[in-house]
Design a binder for this molecule. Structure first.
Ligand SMILES: Cc1cc2nc3c(=O)[nH]c(=O)nc-3n(C[C@H](O)[C@H](O)[C@H](O)COP(=O)(O)OP(=O)(O)OC[C@H]3O[C@@H](n4cnc5c(N)ncnc54)[C@H](O)[C@@H]3O)c2cc1C
Length: 346
């Protein structure tokens, strides 16, 4: 039996697992994907690496600053100084640069791989069912050849809406599940559709400098447009990544073929920013059903005194760090989960 199984190898799960592992517990991390990192996601298209999830890191809080320090020390992260614009009333307005940004030549996902070093991780292992045992939990997996696992404590480092289907079958038999469900109902996520497009070389307008990034404040379907290739010193080709607004994503999330949806985003960006964006050589589209948190849990982690060996964590846990969201909240919440479990295991 494991001391702790962590479901989810995103930043929150990796933070929890590293901390518990350092405390000497036997920890296993399970993730349904082929790799680690969750929404700190990068992919390779032909010879080009790009970030289609979280695009950059900023030293906005202690955990993110520490992550950046580790990434820089490992030679993975470097500062990135793009021109940043707001799209307002159909005009691009240059923002004064505020914080340094950090990004990775090998893709930000390389940082998750760094955090995963030395941990016991089972990839392509989707947890489909949780069953209470006298002392601990049994987990059923959707993974060829993998038997059910048992653990004393369980950390669910998943987006809140993905925790609900795992715990609701236990509601009738287990006191405490209702408490957890009530807390989960506070949490809301914004979906995002992400268009990723590659181009033949030409001047990367609107600014030929060290790259650019545009935040839309207008009532269009675009949230953010990034010349992703400008994060890398010698990109094979220009690559633009466009993240949609949540309403646009909600309207199109369940389309079986998203290529037309991606083309709509490129067309708008072509009209508003630069015509060449609408004419890519290739296009890929990714859907984030649980992209970013809009309504976090008002607590540092999901827990109930009635079931101390079952906790949830992730960027959707608000806690004391208030204005910190995203990466900072995910790591902070993972640490909170680890410290709670340490108390439970003694
Ligand atoms: C497009 C986009 C842009 C973003 N921009 C920023 C930004 O600029 N700044 C910022 O701070 N944050 C940003 N974020 C948010 C940031 O990426 C997340 O807050 C952070 O990565 C979340 O980490 P997490 O561990 O909480 O969750 P996740 O990364 O979602 O990890 C959850 C993991 O659980 C796994 N999983 C799910 N269900 C199961 C199951 N049943 N069994 C096994 N495994 C399962 C998933 O595969 C995943 O790996 C952005 C996110 C997106 C998508």
């Amino acid at each position: 039996m494991w001391d702790v199984v962590v479901i989810g190898a995103g930043l929150s799960g990796l933070a929890a697992a590293r901390s518990l592992n350092q405390s000497g517990y036997a920890v296993l991390v399970l993730d349904k994907s082929r790799g680690v990192g969750g929404r700190l996601a990068s992919r390779r298209v032909k010879d080009t690496v790009l970030d289609h999830g979280c695009p950059l890191l900023q030293p906005l809080g202690p955990y993110q600053s520490d992550l950046i320090e580790q990434g820089v020390a490992a030679g993975l992260l470097h500062p990135w100084s793009p021109a940043v614009y707001d799209l307002r009333a159909n005009q691009l307005q240059r923002r004064p640069s505020r914080h340094p940004y950090y990004t990775a030549e090998a893709g930000l996902n390389a940082l998750a791989k760094l955090l995963a070093t030395g941990l016991e991780i089972q990839k392509q292992a989707q947890v489909s069912q949780i069953t209470p045992l006298g002392q601990g939990w049994q987990l059923e997996l959707i993974a060829p050849g993998l038997e059910p696992l048992t653990t004393r404590c369980l950390v669910m480092a998943l987006p809140a809406p993905q925790i609900s289907p795992l715990i609701s079958p236990l509601q009738a038999s287990l006191e405490g599940i209702k408490d957890l469900q009530t807390q989960l109902q506070q949490v809301r996520f914004r979906p995002i559709i992400t268009a990723i497009a590659g181009y033949p070389p030409h001047p990367p307008t609107p600014d030929p400098g060290p790259g650019w990034m545009i935040w839309s404040e207008d009532p269009n379907d675009l949230a953010c447009i990034i010349l992703d290739s400008s994060k890398r010193p010698q990109p094979a080709e220009p690559v633009v990544v466009i993240h949609s607004q949540a309403d646009f994503a909600r309207a199109h999330l369940d389309h079986s073929d998203l290529s037309g949806v991606g083309t709509q985003l490129l067309t708008q960006a072509g009209q508003l920013v630069a015509a060449w964006i609408a004419a890519p050589q290739w296009l890929q589209v990714h859907r984030w059903r649980y992209g970013q948190v809009s309504h976090p849990l008002a607590a540092a982690l999901l827990k109930t005194e009635k079931l101390p060996a079952l906790v949830g964590c992730g960027d959707w846990c608000g806690g004391d760090w208030g204005e910190h969201t995203g990466v900072e909240a995910a790591i902070a919440s993972g640490h909170q989960a680890a410290s709670w479990i340490t108390t439970v295991l003694g």
